[in-house]
Ligand binder design. Structure first.
Ligand code: ATP
Length: 260
């Protein structure tokens, strides 16, 4: 698959929650194969809503796409239920490190392969693949996920998503609540997964310095609109970006603390 092939197109998408809360006002974004695209913006800008619109997860929150189209490899995703979206190759890692706290780390990972109906040896291979990416999880495989550290829980959430063998991972604020050194470790793994396994990422983040260093392209959201977009390196180099939207955080570089 060539790096320039378009995987995902979000075209002029408007989202309404309930009867009248307009959360997205016509968002357009594109993710090409082999890319890492950052979706930047502060609290309430619409990042999570955009990801849930793509995964078809809005219905459970009484939300819906009221205008526009979402296309995956040229086909509309409108009629797909959330599990069919996963089967097509798009998986979302929800904000806030959702793990099944009473299940072990390994049992959590196994829930990710459930749609694939793998044989035992295939499942074992897949687990080893995840443990190669996250060696800490192998050490903790028999520990209840609720007792793992925040960083490990984020790794479990990402590992479980990888068990679906995705083409595109929608990663919602992986830095939230984690120490900068753990955030860095996770972002390095994301970059390696992208380079070595050609997994594409759409990465929602408030930690712009980290996200822009990892991403190839970025979009900045503000109150449900794209207010800026371009190659990540260009945005990282532009002086006005952080002043305009993030209060100058970029100048802190890698020391920018994780959001919240
Ligand atoms: P955060 O980092 O806080 O998650 P975000 O950029 O992901 O921010 P969203 O969570 O997508 O932003 O929120 C966009 C807008 O939609 C906000 O005004 C928010 O209050 C509203 N919103 C989000 N979820 C719901 C919901 N379930 N019902 C009603 N309004 C919602």
């Amino acid at each position: 698959m060539s790096a320039s092939q378009t995987l995902l197109t979000v075209e002029d998408v408007e989202v309404i929650y309930g009867q009248s809360i307009l959360a997205l006002h016509g968002i357009s974004i594109q993710v090409d194969a082999g890319s890492i695209v950052a979706l930047l913006g502060s609290n309430g800008a619409g990042k999570t809503t955009t990801l849930k619109a793509i995964s078809n997860l809005l219905a459970s929150e009484r939300g819906r796409v009221s205008r526009g189209a979402i296309m995956w490899k040229g086909e509309s995703t409108k009629a797909l239920d959330p599990s069919s979206v996963v089967e097509k190759g798009i998986v979302q890692v929800l904000e806030g490190r959702h793990v099944f706290s009473q299940l072990t780390v390994e049992e959590n990972l196994l829930t990710g392969s459930f749609l694939r109906k793998l044989s035992r040896p295939q499942t074992a291979d897949e687990l080893e693949r995840i443990y190669a990416w996250f060696p800490r999880l192998k050490e903790k495989r028999r520990v209840k996920a609720g007792l793992a550290s925040g960083g490990e829980q984020q790794m479990v959430a990402i590992g479980r998503a990888l068990m679906t063998r995705p083409t595109l991972v929608l990663l919602d604020e992986p830095s939230m609540g984690l120490a900068p050194i753990i955030v860095q470790e996770i972002f390095e793994i994301v970059k390696s997964l992208n380079e070595k396994e050609n997994v594409s990422f759409l990465l929602a983040e408030q930690n712009i310095a980290m996200a822009l260093k990892c991403a190839t392209h970025a979009y900045v959201l503000e109150t449900g609109r794209v207010v800026r977009s371009g190659p990540a390196a260009e945005l990282l180099a532009s002086d006005d970006l952080t002043d305009l939207y993030f209060g100058g955080a970029k100048t802190l570089g890698d020391d920018v603390p994780a959001a919240q």
